[in-house]
Design a protein around this ligand. Sequence first.
Ligand SMILES: NC(=O)c1ccc[n+]([C@@H]2O[C@H](COP(=O)([O-])OP(=O)(O)OC[C@H]3O[C@@H](n4cnc5c(N)ncnc54)[C@H](OP(=O)(O)O)[C@@H]3O)[C@@H](O)[C@H]2O)c1
Length: 430
Amino acid sequence: MKKLKICIAGLGNVGSSVVNLIEKNSSYVETKSHLNLEIIGLSAKNKNKERSFDIKKYKWAETPIDLLNINDAKPDILIELIGYEKGISYDLVKSALNQKIHVVTGNKAMLALHGQELFNIAEKNKVSLLFEAAVAGGIPIIKTIKNNIFLNKIKKISGILNGTTNYILTTMEYQNKSFNDVLEDAKQKGFTSDHESKLDIGGYDAAHKLTLLSSIAFGGEIDFNLNEIEGIQNITIEDINFAKQLGYRIKLISETCVIDNKIYSSTKPKLISLDKPLANANNALNAINIETDQLQNLYLEGEGAGGLPTASSILSDIFEIASNSEFRSTGYKTGQLIEYQKFDSSNIESKFFLRIRVIDQSGVLSKITSYLNEYNISVEKILQFADSKENHIPILITTHKIKMSELLNSVKKIGDLEFVDENISIIPIE
Ligand SMILES: NC(=O)c1ccc[n+]([C@@H]2O[C@H](COP(=O)([O-])OP(=O)(O)OC[C@H]3O[C@@H](n4cnc5c(N)ncnc54)[C@H](OP(=O)(O)O)[C@@H]3O)[C@@H](O)[C@H]2O)c1
């Protein structure tokens, strides 16, 4: 039986689930893996907060840093589940790695912004910094890429990496509600907070996760600046309904690939054909598609958040540490990682969906189409919503394939027309 001493910093949604899971499954884990997991210390912000387990059974550290030497005992593994991008999360993880303590974390923001430095420290000290929980909650995507398909040449990863935005888009469609109404609803139900929703809705949370996926898929240094990011805050119910009429669903898609030796990593709303699995991963699910030289379409779907699913990933990292003698957190030696440049996406060809909100007057449509013709933009479909209550109506257009740079020239001209009354929304079609 191998004994592992564990400390947990952060006892919120995920941290509490990890404690509960270890308590509940300890004899199952011992029988199956010959591992004895002993929690030797816990820490959170407020010692007096009510928890879902009996806190008196454990040693409490007044600050998370005290966990690294609790009653003169050093843990084998520190689990960081506080979640700050820097501050105490970063100080704690760095300090643990420098003291040759393995770290398991769910903190994608910290790793996307400071991972390169932290993985270097881990490697120097021959310990692991594992992060299965940081990307897509309970879906084992990191180990799939790092272990199972490590010798595949990955062509592209695309997916839905944020459950909150997926829930919002799904609810808008099914309940025919506006973005703001659904967001308010999600906040009231506790799915997201003011602070979290900025990261979720703005696309930043998904881009943090994509940064990690891109690095382990293409052996690149961790560089958050390679991302193009656009959130879902401008998606309207008309966009969703029109997309559906055309056979598409709007999803916040994160995708990464290498083009001309540069990284293209983008998180933005996209129209996905309804016959694709990604279009049908609804509510708070996460889903990821991987294309390699050997696998045309490896598709993983599941719970991308939540205490128990995320605790499952934490436990799988503990098991990896216990089973491995060589510790390669990202699958690569850090000195081997490539410093990629960012690909200029304005040259990527795509079909596009445009929403142009205009003042309802005669001649509007012909003026818009004449500008599109002038710039050789070939229109696939066009729809004008008649709305007797409002003087302002949306015109919805889908184009044939064109480069974004070319499309932008005509969109700018159309946007300057006096009857166009808000920024034109452009959404690529997959
Ligand atoms: N929730 C999910 O579904 C999910 C999924 C994947 C990854 N993650 C990641 O997992 C991490 C934890 O998420 P969570 O949802 O469990 O967060 P959470 O519910 O907000 O819990 C945060 C914990 O950190 C503690 N904390 C806050 N400030 C602290 C400080 N200064 N010193 C010590 N402790 C402090 C809090 O203490 P109190 O309890 O005393 O307030 C709380 O226990 C984050 O990095 C998150 O991104 C979460």
